[in-house]
Design a protein around this ligand. Sequence first.
Ligand code: SAH
Length: 368
Amino acid sequence: MSNPVAQSVNLFGLDRAALEAFVHSHGEPAFRARQLMQWLYQKRVTSFEDMTDVSKSFRARLPGIADVRLPALEAAQLSADGTRKWVLRLESGGAIETVYIPEANRGTLCISSQVGCALDCAFCSTAQQGLQRNLTAAEIVSQVWFAIRTLVDELGKERPISNVVFMGMGEPLANYNQVITAIRLLQDDLGFGLSKRRVTVSTSGLVPFMDRLSADVDTALAVSLHAPNDALRNELVPINRKYPIADLIAACGRYTQRDRKMHIVYEYVMLDGVNDSDDNARELARLLRHMPAKVNLIPFNPFPQTRFRRSSPERIEAFANILRRNKLMVTTRRTRGDDIDAACGQLVGRVASRQQRRLSDIPVRVAP
Ligand code: SAH
């Protein structure tokens, strides 16, 4: 009878402390962990054989005790406006989507933290599939890894991604531990090396985890507010029944206390006739009056079977002007990538059949 094979450790997705513990447990010095990190995340080399500065003897042992597993790249799409979307197929069968939004002076990658989502926000298409499962830290950072690989290969840019936002599928704070590990890898100099405040967690307002987040890592925070009072927010963002606006705003106040220069971005989806009146704007301005805040108005992105419509550009402008008159900083999110269903709230973990294009059809080079 053969011995059961021990489950080998996936080194991809371990943060620095965990990787050091791993190499120690095999009698190796801490700097081996640093070497492994550089190969995995900076040189994007996944085969132990090719990690030439790791001692030959350890390299020979590694395949017996560890492996490097990433999701499979299933499809990549390129929008007319330069936005890109990748669909990654997970070992467990599910799929996740990642979106890259290039701008003049920065490149933002929007990543997913869960397959589906449990929170059931009324205007979000991801909600329709419910929560399938949490992503592992490996699956979360693999989105950044694949995106960088494509962009470096294709655009030849050294650092194509300056910002990472957890605004894809899922509620990041509902998958807390894996998201924290992922953030550590994103910000580690030997990992993806992103500036701390250029990693943004977006939450619908899981208040207890907002406090933990601020204690555990240093990241920017965006809060999906979408309504200025509890009656309306209870309908649009049902988690509000558990953590009402007063609790949420208090948690936001605590979050920004660590740093006088810090502000929170409040996301506000513009739904025609639902939350976009002048009164709503005045109420929102009163709510945020004493907060270090920026408001990001998001024109609603429709999806099949939704009961909502996008506010008109004139309405959005009038709403924004009321906020500005009340001394709030306001930006309106430009809709990007809607021709490939890559806009906010349109990520559902499948390749949209309408515009489905396989990898081979598009000018994105993908190494095997
Ligand atoms: N669960 C997290 C992050 C994912 S959604 C959160 O709630 O913040 C990222 C942003 O897109 C959120 O502000 C979300 O409310 C918004 N969004 C969701 N569906 C949308 C839609 N159909 N149109 C525009 N924005 C949407």
